[in-house]
Design a protein around this ligand. Structure first.
Ligand SMILES: Cc1cc2nc3c(=O)[nH]c(=O)nc-3n(C[C@H](O)[C@H](O)[C@H](O)COP(=O)(O)OP(=O)(O)OC[C@H]3O[C@@H](n4cnc5c(N)ncnc54)[C@H](O)[C@@H]3O)c2cc1C
Length: 400
């Protein structure tokens, strides 16, 4: 009987899991494992670039790559996981429900920003979580040029000062000048719960963020929490009101809801705890990877973050290990000791740090050049050529 590896999701983790599983099967001359990816589109959507303009172009097709590597693709969405019968229910593009058996399941269904816990966010705030929602935000920003001059029109509020909020906020002064003209009185305000801009980061990184914000004119409201959002702005818990027709929500990222269908421990963000082989606790046949996995990166207590950097390598290890378990080969324990950040700071440049203590190594143009090479080249899928893809899918291939 042919064995089935089923991968849910075609993001960074799912794509690399599929290629890595196919690589190991190929290396073992194994023709009896089917590797299937189920996702809404056969394309990689480059989420780390969703704060940029022309968001509809930030996709890369995957079907040629899957064809070249023998990976099957099913267009659809998984609605239910049935661990007892080793199957999933999934809906195709016509809304018809199907079942798919698996011998090994790799859950790689990513994460989403939680818009439901603050009043008015679902109805009135924009976000840059999905290609579709980032495109709606881009349209809104462009439409400001057609709105009458007012404080609300000229003010964009970014809720949340994490990496996504910062990259978006730093991009906005330039974007707003392009849209509204260089003489317009625009404001970009970041609402942040912490006591200072970038307070969750190292002092060195924080100082760079503060410097860049001052130079670009990005305002921070710290020790501030959003009470509600409505069509004309934001009300903070302290009662302060900011008039704005563009409120961008970046707070509260959560792992895909499919994680809740597996009866296993999860962290506060809903990520499934996995062992070193990326198997979900209590399930030898289910692997979690990318943003749905809470995985130790080393023996010092560090864990993977919801980043591409981690999703790519987690994907390679998960695919490799799922295939290894069907080939009676030794699994490769996931390790990712190196952690870097490269944060785009708009017209100021960028900042690059190394280590979990975020030591600043590059700033301004030097860091910007690196950022561009990461987000425009390094994280894109490999060429649709079997040998190239398999070489890069090796979990121990050099990366970053
Ligand atoms: C605006 C923004 C900026 C970011 N910036 C950075 C950055 O600078 N650096 C960095 O390292 N990371 C960044 N990230 C984080 C990074 O994008 C994620 O960590 C990464 O995409 C996670 O990869 P993934 O494969 O786990 O999930 P995703 O890339 O989200 O892929 C999930 C896949 O699962 C599919 N899927 C979801 N549900 C189902 C279902 N029910 N059935 C079938 N398929 C499903 C999706 O369609 C998609 O194909 C950013 C994220 C955002 C949103």
């Amino acid at each position: 009987m042919r064995k089935q590896i089923l991968i849910v999701g075609a993001g960074f983790a799912g794509m690399w899991a599929a290629l890595s599983a196919a690589r190991l099967a190929d290396k073992n001359d194994n023709q009896t494992i089917d590797i299937t990816v189920i996702a809404p589109q056969p394309e990689l959507r480059v989420r780390p670039r969703f704060y940029e303009n022309h968001v509809e172009t930030l996709v890369s097709p995957l079907q040629p790559l899957f064809d070249a590597t023998g990976v099957k693709f099913l267009r659809g969405t998984v609605s239910n996981i049935h661990p007892d019968s080793r199957s999933v229910s999934w809906k195709d593009a016509n809304g018809e429900t199907h079942q798919h058996h698996y011998d090994r399941l790799i859950l790689a269904s990513g994460s989403h920003v939680n818009r439901s816990f603050v009043s008015g966010v679902e109805a009135h705030a924009f976000d840059l979580d999905l290609l579709e929602s980032a495109a709606v935000l881009e349209k809104q920003l462009k439409s400001l040029a057609n709105q009458p001059e007012s404080d609300a029109r000229n003010t964009v509020v970014v809720c949340g000062g994490g990496f996504t909020g910062i990259e978006m906020a730093m991009e906005l002064p330039g974007r707003l000048r392009e849209i509204l003209g260089s003489n317009s009185k625009t404001r970009v305000v970041v609402v942040e719960r912490g006591p200072q801009p970038g307070s969750r980061y190292s002092e060195e990184l924080r100082n760079v963020i503060i410097d860049a914000s001052a130079e670009l004119g990005v305002e921070w409201l710290v020790n501030a929490e959003v009470e509600s959002v409505d069509a004309s702005g934001v009300t903070l818990k302290e009662g302060q009101r900011i008039a704005s027709s563009t409120v961008i929500w970046t707070v509260g990222v959560q792992a895909s809801d499919l994680t809740a269908q597996i009866n296993a421990p999860r962290d506060r963000q809903g990520r499934l705890h996995v062992n070193a082989n990326l198997q979900v606790e209590g399930y030898d046949d289910i692997y979690a990877t990318g943003d749905v996995a809470c995985a130790a990166t080393d023996d010092k207590g560090n864990h993977a973050l919801m980043t591409c950097q981690h999703a790519i390598l987690l994907g390679k290890f998960a695919g490799n290990n799922a295939a290894a378990s069907l080939l009676n080969a030794e699994p490769s324990p996931y390790r990712q000791e190196m952690y870097v950040t490269c944060l785009d700071l708009g017209a100021w440049g960028a900042v690059y740090t190394e280590g979990w203590d975020q030591q600043v190594k590059l700033t301004r143009e030097e860091a910007k050049t690196l950022k561009m090479s990461i987000t425009r080249e390094l994280i894109y899928p490999p060429k649709a050529e079997r040998a190239v893809a398999f070489e890069m899918a090796d979990p121990y291939a050099p990366f970053v």
